[in-house]
Ligand binder design. Structure first.
Ligand SMILES: *[C@@H]1O[C@H](CO)[C@@H](O)[C@H](O)[C@H]1NC(C)=O
Ligand SMILES: *[C@@H]1O[C@H](CO)[C@@H](O)[C@H](O)[C@H]1NC(C)=O
Ligand SMILES: *[C@@H]1O[C@H](CO)[C@@H](O)[C@H](O)[C@H]1NC(C)=O
Ligand SMILES: *[C@@H]1O[C@H](CO)[C@@H](O)[C@H](O)[C@H]1NC(C)=O
Ligand SMILES: *[C@@H]1O[C@H](CO)[C@@H](O)[C@H](O)[C@H]1NC(C)=O
Ligand SMILES: *[C@@H]1O[C@H](CO)[C@@H](O)[C@H](O)[C@H]1NC(C)=O
Ligand SMILES: *[C@@H]1O[C@H](CO)[C@@H](O)[C@H](O)[C@H]1NC(C)=O
Ligand SMILES: *[C@@H]1O[C@H](CO)[C@@H](O)[C@H](O)[C@H]1NC(C)=O
Length: 462
């Protein structure tokens, strides 16, 4: 008899075919006898009792109820286990201590279950009444040992360097049959990738080479039909970095790689980068083409009073002594004298004369600034153009009054004269020195001149 003949008849819901299938599969089902099993496959644990439940029912008067259990293994003849008529059981004496049945209950108890008990169990029910009705079912039984808790071994235990080293995780299980291994990283299954590979059994995960992304909580999940167990979490040691080197300060204004600090203030710099093991940091100061290593460690304090120059270049260097890689970032500290009041206050404490001089100087400078502001207010637009250039260019422009960018200045120049506060006409490209707001009409005049010239160049490139 083919195994297909024992398909679960209850999975068919189309009524028309149902009876036909019963006719084919469960002899006599339509004429009143129905034998059913809740599950056609039952997984048992070795050494324990296994219960094979069977239900049957019929609608005809019956004199005798006969139940027979048979056992078959692939490529062998079915073996008789036991049988019953009404309430009397006749076992095969060879197996009488192992199989139990309590008729009219057709369910079979196997105790204790052994590996040799693995196979198909066939139950046949015969009803003797007005004729004989017969029906049978088949249950497949598997026998397994439960999985014991797996242990993950990491090779090399001391860790591996990113992009250089490989790592092998091996899942070791003491007990259990029909084991299926699965690797989990942070609770999710690990898949085969260009760097991840598995052994044929999946009990070994090989990562070659390791990367920072491989850092995580790994565990091994081992399953079989009767149990599943997960190992403790293991975190492989992967050396990487430094990455994302950054310098920050507690105060001071940061514009790109330039920090501006008010005179007299101390500023604390903090250098950080992502790395394992943690980086060692060193700070380098650059003055007049010479460099000095001034400090080791992640923090650097610069007291602006002690800095001889107003502009000083620094380098923070991060070094990972295991990966052997390093990174460095350059930055500039500019000491500004924005706080003139602060200067004045300092002067006061020194001598009254100095403070008077300071205040007088401040007033004179303010007056001069006011005058300049009035004189050069129309040229703000040129300054805006300079400011809109890329950072490096801007810095250059600021240092050399904008006349270094000779290529930008190439073109046909028009002489544009317009009146200002003093009534004296001036060249548009003279040194801008004002941040003030000027008249809209003058703005548009200058803007047009500058826009006009590159357009002409494009029209006639030769
Ligand atoms: C089984 O029981 C029925 C009635 O319950 C009886 O008529 C019949 O003779 C019994 N058969 C055997 C073999 O004892
Ligand atoms: C058969 O016996 C078992 C206990 O051995 C019981 O759990 C089950 O409900 C019984 N089945 C029927 C159909 O009486
Ligand atoms: C037995 O079955 C036959 C036909 O299958 C029927 O004619 C007869 O009435 C049945 N007898 C009883 C007692 O059910
Ligand atoms: C890592 O594995 C690659 C290929 O699997 C191999 O070529 C290389 O030698 C291994 N490196 C180490 C350090 O084991
Ligand atoms: C890994 O496990 C540790 C504790 O065992 C936990 O603190 C950490 O957040 C976990 N990491 C991830 C990525 O789940
Ligand atoms: C190994 O795992 C992969 C996926 O992780 C799976 O597709 C494959 O069937 C598994 N092989 C075995 C033998 O379990
Ligand atoms: C710095 O070095 C460059 C060449 O490396 C040289 O041209 C320049 O004059 C040096 N500047 C100072 C201030 O020493
Ligand atoms: C790396 O530096 C740390 C101190 O920052 C030191 O303890 C460690 O031994 C060094 N390791 C190597 C391989 O040099």
């Amino acid at each position: 008899m083919g195994q297909d003949a024992f398909m679960d008849p209850f999975s068919n819901t189309v009524g028309v075919f149902q009876c036909k299938i019963y006719l084919l599969l469960l002899a006599g089902a339509c004429s009143g006898l129905k034998v059913a099993v809740p599950s056609h496959t039952i997984h048992g644990i070795r050494g324990q009792a296994l219960y094979l439940p069977v239900h049957y029912g019929f609608h005809t008067p019956a004199s005798d109820i006969q139940i027979i259990w048979l056992f078959e293994r692939p490529h062998t003849m079915p073996k008789y286990l036991l049988g019953s008529v009404n309430k009397s059981v006749v076992p095969d004496l060879e197996y009488q201590h192992k199989f139990t049945m309590m008729p009219p209950n057709a369910s079979l108890l196997i105790n204790p279950l052994q590996f040799t008990d693995e196979g198909n169990y066939i139950v046949k029910v015969n009803i003797q009444g007005n004729g004989t009705l017969s029906a049978s079912q088949k249950i497949q039984v598997t026998v397994d040992d439960p999985v014991t808790k797996p242990v993950v071994q990491t090779q090399p235990l001391s860790g591996a360097v990113e992009y250089v080293g490989n790592m092998t995780l091996t899942c070791i299980v003491e007990g259990g049959t029909r084991l299926i291994y699965q690797w989990l990283k942070n609770g999710r299954p690990v898949h085969t990738t260009s760097t991840n590979s598995f052994s044929p059994q999946n009990n070994t995960l090989h990562i070659a080479p390791v990367t920072k992304e491989d850092i995580g909580n790994y565990s091994c999940l081992v399953k079989n039909p009767v149990s599943k167990m997960e190992s403790d979490i293991t975190m492989p040691i992967i050396y990487y970095g430094p990455y994302g080197l950054r310098v920050n300060s507690d105060k001071g204004l940061k514009v790109g790689e330039v920090f501006t600090v008010d005179i007299g203030e101390a500023i604390l710099f903090d250098c950080s980068a992502d790395s394992y093991p943690p980086n060692t940091y060193s700070w380098i100061r650059r003055t007049d083409n010479t460099t000095y290593v001034i400090k080791h460690g992640p923090h650097l304090e610069v007291a602006s009073e002690k800095v001889a120059q107003k502009t000083t270049d620094y380098v923070c260097c991060a070094y990972n002594n295991v990966t052997g890689r390093q990174d460095e970032t350059h930055f500039t500290v500019i000491i500004t004298s924005v706080g003139l009041e602060k200067l004045a206050q300092k002067g006061k404490s020194l001598s009254p004369l100095a403070s008077i001089t300071g205040i007088s100087l401040f007033l004179i400078i303010s007056m001069c600034l006011l005058l300049l502001w009035k004189k050069y207010q129309p040229y703000k637009i040129i300054r805006q153009k300079l400011e809109s250039r890329p950072k490096m260019e801007y810095r250059k422009a600021r240092t050399f009054s904008g006349h270094e960018d000779a290529l930008d200045d190439f073109g046909i120049y028009e002489f544009v004269a317009f009146p200002d506060a003093s009534g004296v006409p001036r060249m548009p490209r003279s040194v801008p020195a004002s941040d003030s707001i000027s008249g809209q009409d003058l703005h548009s005049t200058i803007y047009e001149v500058i826009q006009h010239i590159p357009a002409q160049q494009q029209d006639h490139p030769e």
